[in-house]
Design a binder for this molecule. Sequence first.
Ligand SMILES: NC(=O)c1ccc[n+]([C@@H]2O[C@H](COP(=O)([O-])OP(=O)(O)OC[C@H]3O[C@@H](n4cnc5c(N)ncnc54)[C@H](OP(=O)(O)O)[C@@H]3O)[C@@H](O)[C@H]2O)c1
Length: 284
Amino acid sequence: MKILIFGKGYMGRRCAEAWGDEAILSDVYVETKADALNEINRVQPDVVFNAAGVKGVPNVDWCEDHQIETMRGNTVMPLVLADACAETGMYMLHMGSGCIFYGDSAHEDCAWREEDFGNPSATYSRSKWAADLVLSTLPNIGVARIRMPIDWKPAPGNLINKVANYPKVIDVENSVTIVDDMIDAFYQLLQKQAAGVFHVTNPGAMRHRELIELYQELVDSEHSCEWIHNDELVGQGLAVKGRSNNLLDSSNLIAIGIVMRPVGEALRDTMEKFAAAMQDEANK
Ligand SMILES: NC(=O)c1ccc[n+]([C@@H]2O[C@H](COP(=O)([O-])OP(=O)(O)OC[C@H]3O[C@@H](n4cnc5c(N)ncnc54)[C@H](OP(=O)(O)O)[C@@H]3O)[C@@H](O)[C@H]2O)c1
């Protein structure tokens, strides 16, 4: 399978590394449909994977006063790409985010279904939901939503690095995405050319406290942090907008036979590999 990847960031590069010769990581910065069409016609892929987007630096609070850049990267660009894919009869898998959901759903188990409507608050979340709202109506598009990626490979966007670097941490229960499982699930979605919305999160939920405890057990027994209440994040000036916390249901993913490991098992395995990667780095 020849996979044309747009977006040379954290996720685009991680997937490209894993997919090896099957992946072509594009250098093109897509602004117009012609940009996308030219690249698709040049590469002649079997499928397109959109890992491009604007998350803000150092974090999504940047989007609060960069609304136009955020809208261009997360809303306009995916629709332009989808238009080019429709014209060339190409399947596209688009990376969405579970952060379009805030709090509990109206379902008994409080988890959000793939078909549920988002209730985003922050600018970043709104821009992602705006794209999903339209992309989910198209026949040749899959929207793969992830949450808080947890990776064995140290990286600024890796939840392990993020949480380990915060002096003050909230302890909230969330659905999360283990990156190894995500890469495998994305590959299967591309192979199946699966249309619709998919929550690419590991079964079960994780509290930040569990992640820190595992970090202390396997990576750094000296590590400590201060635990604060979720409401204090904005109150203490640690974030401009409250972060989304939620549980996601992955029925659509399971229905097409894509299975991710239970979060507890996948988290321990990932933390063990993360510890080994940190040790390798220290030995260099
Ligand atoms: N990482 C997460 O925690 C997370 C969670 C949920 C969903 N997602 C979604 O997953 C996708 C990838 O995230 P990521 O973590 O890999 O972000 P990232 O590291 O910031 O990478 C995104 C890449 O997309 C590029 N880009 C932006 N606009 C583009 C355009 N018009 N054409 C081509 N490339 C463009 C960026 O280039 P520049 O840097 O040069 O602008 C950057 O290299 C995003 O859509 C994000 O919303 C990520």
